[in-house]
Design a protein around this ligand. Structure first.
Ligand SMILES: Nc1nc2c(c(=O)[nH]1)N[C@H]1C(S)=C(S)[C@@H](COP(=O)(O)OP(=O)(O)OC[C@H]3O[C@@H](n4cnc5c(=O)[nH]c(N)nc54)[C@H](O)[C@@H]3O)O[C@H]1N2
Ligand SMILES: Nc1nc2c(c(=O)[nH]1)N[C@H]1C(S)=C(S)[C@@H](COP(=O)(O)OP(=O)(O)OC[C@H]3O[C@@H](n4cnc5c(=O)[nH]c(N)nc54)[C@H](O)[C@@H]3O)O[C@H]1N2
Ligand code: SF4
Ligand SMILES: [Mo]
Length: 764
């Protein structure tokens, strides 16, 4: 502790925490001021220069955790809707209200009359990562939805089929000499399904060491601006381009999948399957030259090492699964899968399916174990695609959804056809949200349970470290205490909220001790680890291991088990230098677990064949659609795409004025040729319409976008009745998902196609 000279009674201390806002996991250094008898406050946040992974990097959002914490609109106590108005109540009353309203509905209509929607922050916070499964179990409904099906589901499916589990290869950013990014703008997003603090700096360093960065994007994004080459592709034709590249490698005899060929099924079928995708044929669809397709194929093979990486633009579009599959096919054919400087596999410290159980094979992947009631959409990874949510609420009959639970999600903003979804939510019998804000979605709720702010909860990036470009582990304890309400009631921690709600929904009441659930969960994990004959604690005495957990509670108890039984763990004593929660506590800047390892195939495979399934049957069923689209009249309509900005985060950070101040960022970008033809003036309002709706948005004329394409960012449009976001509601933004179409999906995954949506554009 040091004493600040200007205010003798104030003590300051330094604390460290991983930023939970995006996937980059930057280390933050926080200065906490403490005055005797008062609640401590965080007075400064900056990048932690000693963080083993981020080394001091942060973006403008990272230092705003205090603004979020202090936001007067952020709920501190639960609210219950009475006569259309939200009123603050005690936690006990909130849970009692849920119990009194939800259980009768479920008793009458059955458990499937409930649905759950889990949003993006759930992937960034320890408690939901650990305990959302309890919430799902407590609800007991088959109607499970998440933001994953407006995001990365296509990639999760292709890696599950090809490798046997959600084991997504990441570009080896720090060693590659050639990277081709499709539909990703890490200058704004800092990367996704590729955890890399200072992703932009890592791209710069590829160039600095003589490598090449190629960006494939209909828009000259900030990333494209700094790249060596920008390929301005037509939206939704990445699968065509990648098929053309793969075709070229095979046709020219330059493919060299030798490093993994012995472990692949179906490689020999690729030449025939990809025969239609000649550079000339795909060039027409992609709106780029055949020579470019050919040259990219040759460069990818000729580079000392290379990685192809696709993200939002390749997933949230009508050929999302095919494009995601082809990313890996091209990495295989260029000889770069599972190789240094190529597309590699992370080995997370908490253990993944690919590092548990028998090395080299497993149960493989199955989807469609359930089919949704109305639209007959297939389940994948335990969920239905969220395209099915509105129709499940609206359509009468047995199994109609009458109760909705959301945790950290804003589907009215983030899912397609917002107007329809908002109307559907209004018709629900009861809705419960765990959320800090009254926003576009939660204004429809009957009860909102607010989690503590990020500064008040502990953290470990359970999911994101499994997609990191370097193996690391980092745990952050909570920095500020939980609040105590006017009645002396302590605010529950996020994990306690989730587990209490799970208990209420299950019918066990709000007064079961969440710690009993935690203890039982940790014990079950130990039992399963002791049974794993390939794991580090096989055959060990469970009581003995349990005793070593001490009295750790909450997610920490579970995390400790995961770390200790994981690939780097201390195995409860037999590997004394290994990881445990104590080791992470002693290393607040994180633990460096080394560079990604090459040659993890075949051991990481969990396919039933024990091979990489290069040509899965599911893919075969969809290839005819891709081939037919080669003949499509791609210019028949203007199309809409999205974008992100570094100063915003999906829908929920627009209430932080330091981020939203400055020029209007929610504009419709349009090419000068289109603007002239359609009578659009720069800065003036333009009308954009689609099958589902219409918005009026300020036009931004720029030659940075391809003709025929307009771009509007998502997550804006908070100025709706009932929303309590005073800063965000003043912003001149519109909700672009009024225009996106819930029935325009990638058919294999059911993921909504948010990019490449046909629209008409004119002056307002
Ligand atoms: N600042 C900030 N960071 C974020 C987020 C945020 O909202 N703001 N969100 C986080 C989340 S949830 C995610 S999933 C990640 C996403 O991270 P990214 O995948 O990097 O997402 P975007 O920044 O939207 O970049 C997508 C790019 O795809 C382009 N594009 C659109 N359609 C197509 C197409 O058909 N083909 C190709 N090739 N390109 C296309 C767009 O022009 C855009 O430049 O970002 C995360 N990080
Ligand atoms: N047009 C278009 N639409 C898109 C996208 C796009 O590129 N274009 N991107 C899609 C993508 S990639 C994603 S991931 C989705 C995101 O979709 P969602 O997850 O549905 O939406 P978010 O905007 O991330 O909203 C997060 C919600 O969580 C709340 N929240 C914030 N922190 C916490 C917390 O700690 N705990 C809890 N319980 N709640 C919290 C916020 O108040 C907000 O209500 O949007 C998708 N929608
Ligand atoms: S890039 Fe920004 S928002 Fe993302 S983790 Fe780092 S500081 Fe946080
Ligand atoms: Mo996302």
């Amino acid at each position: 502790m040091t004493t600040a000279p200007e205010a003798p009674e104030v003590q300051t201390r330094t604390a460290y925490r991983t930023c939970p806002l995006c996937e980059a996991t930057c280390g933050l250094e926080l200065t906490v001021a403490e005055r005797p008898g008062e609640t401590p406050v965080v007075v400064r946040i900056r990048g932690d220069r000693e963080d083993v992974f981020s080394k001091g990097f942060i973006c403008p959002k990272g230092s705003t955790l205090t603004h979020f914490h202090d936001d007067p609109d952020r709920l501190r106590r639960p609210v219950v809707k009475r006569n259309g108005e939200f009123v603050e109540v005690s936690w006990d009353e909130a849970f009692a209200t849920i119990e009194a309203n939800v259980l009768p509905l479920l008793n009458e209509h059955g458990r499937d009359a409930a649905a759950i929607y889990l949003g993006n922050p759930g992937a960034h916070n320890l408690a939901p990562m650990m305990f959302n499964r309890n919430l799902i179990q407590g609800l007991g409904s088959r109607n499970r939805f998440s933001a994953s099906t407006v995001d990365q589901r296509p990639k999760e499916i292709t890696s599950s089929i090809m490798f046997g589990s959600v084991t997504v290869p990441v570009p080896d950013l720090d060693r590659t000499q050639f990277i081709m990014l499709l539909g990703a703008n890490p200058h704004a997003s800092n990367g996704s399904l590729c955890t890399a603090p200072d992703f932009p700096g890592r791209l710069d360093r590829i160039q600095a060491r003589g490598g090449k960065v190629v960006v494939v994007d209909p828009r000259r994004s900030e990333t494209a601006e700094r790249a060596d080459e920008h390929v301005a592709i037509r939206p939704a034709t990445d699968a065509h381009l990648l098929a053309g590249i793969a075709h070229t490698m095979l046709a020219e005899g330059i493919a060299r999948p030798d490093n993994v060929a012995a472990h692949c099924n179906g490689l020999d079928r690729l030449p025939e399957l990809l025969a239609p995708y000649t550079p000339e044929a795909v060039a027409l669809a992609c709106g780029i030259s055949a020579d470019t397709v050919r040259r990219l194929a040759r460069e990818l093979v000729a580079a000392p090492c290379a990685a192809v990486y696709g993200r939002i633009g390749t997933c949230t579009q009508e050929f999302g699964t095919l494009a995601s599959w082809l990313v890996d096919v091209v990495n295989i054919l260029s000889g770069n899968l599972d190789r240094e400087g190529g597309a590699m596999f992370t080995k997370g410290a908490v253990g993944q399916p690919s590092s548990k159980g028998k090395p080299g094979s497993g149960k493989g992947f199955r989807m469609g174990r359930q089919v949704s009631r109305v639209g007959k959409h297939l389940e994948a990874l335990g969920e239905f695609p969220v395209t099915a949510l509105p129709e499940e609420i609206e359509t009468a009959g047995a199994g109609q959804v009458r109760v909705l639970v959301t945790n950290g999600g804003n589907p009215v903003s983030s899912n397609a056809n917002s107007n329809r979804l908002a109307k559907a939510l209004e018709s629900l019998g009861f809705m419960v949200s765990i959320d800090p804000y009254i926003n576009e979605t939660t204004r429809h709720a009957d009860v909102i349970l607010p989690p503590p702010s990020s500064l008040q909860k502990s953290h470990y990036d359970l999911a994101l470290y499994n997609f990191a470009v370097h193996n690391v582990a980092n745990y952050s304890p909570a920095i500020l205490p939980l609040e105590v309400g006017p009645d002396g009631e302590r605010q529950p921690d996020e994990w306690e909220i989730i587990l209490r709600l799970a208990s209420v929904l299950e019918g066990n009441g709000a007064h079961t001790d969440p710690n009993d659930t935690v203890r039982a969960g940790a014990r079950a994990m130990l039992e399963s680890a002791a049974r794993d004959e390939f794991g580090p604690v096989h055959g060990r005495n469970v009581d003995e291991m349990e005793a070593m957990l001490g009295d750790a509670s909450g997610p920490e108890r579970m995390l400790d088990v995961m770390l200790r039984t994981g690939p780097y763990g201390d195995a409860f004593g037999t590997r004394p230098d290994g990881l445990s929660l104590d080791v992470l506590r002693a290393n607040p800047h994180g633990v460096d677990l080394g560079e990604l390892e090459a040659g993890r195939i075949p051991n990481l495979l969990r396919t039933s064949s024990g091979r990489v399934e290069v040509v899965p049957d599911m893919i075969l069923t969809d290839l005819p659609r891709l081939e037919a689209s080669l003949q499509r009249d791609w210019d028949s309509s203007m199309v809409l795409i999205g974008r992100r900005h570094v100063r915003s985060n999906n829908s929920w950070m627009h209430n932080i004025r330091v981020l939203t101040k400055g020029r209007n960022r929610c504009t419709m970008q349009i090419h000068p040729e289109d603007a002239a033809r359609l009578g659009i003036t720069d800065g003036a309002p333009a009308r954009v319409a689609s099958r589902t709706g219409e918005v009026v948005v300020a036009a931004e004329i720029t030659d940075g976008i391809r003709p025929g394409v307009v771009s509007i960012p998502h997550g804006f449009g908070q100025d709706l009745p009932g929303v309590r976001l005073r800063v965000a509601s003043e912003y001149r933004g519109v909700n672009t998902n009024v225009l996106t179409d819930e029935y325009f999906v990638d058919p294999l995954s059911g993921n909504i196609a948010l990019n490449g949506v046909p629209v008409s554009v004119g002056p307002a």
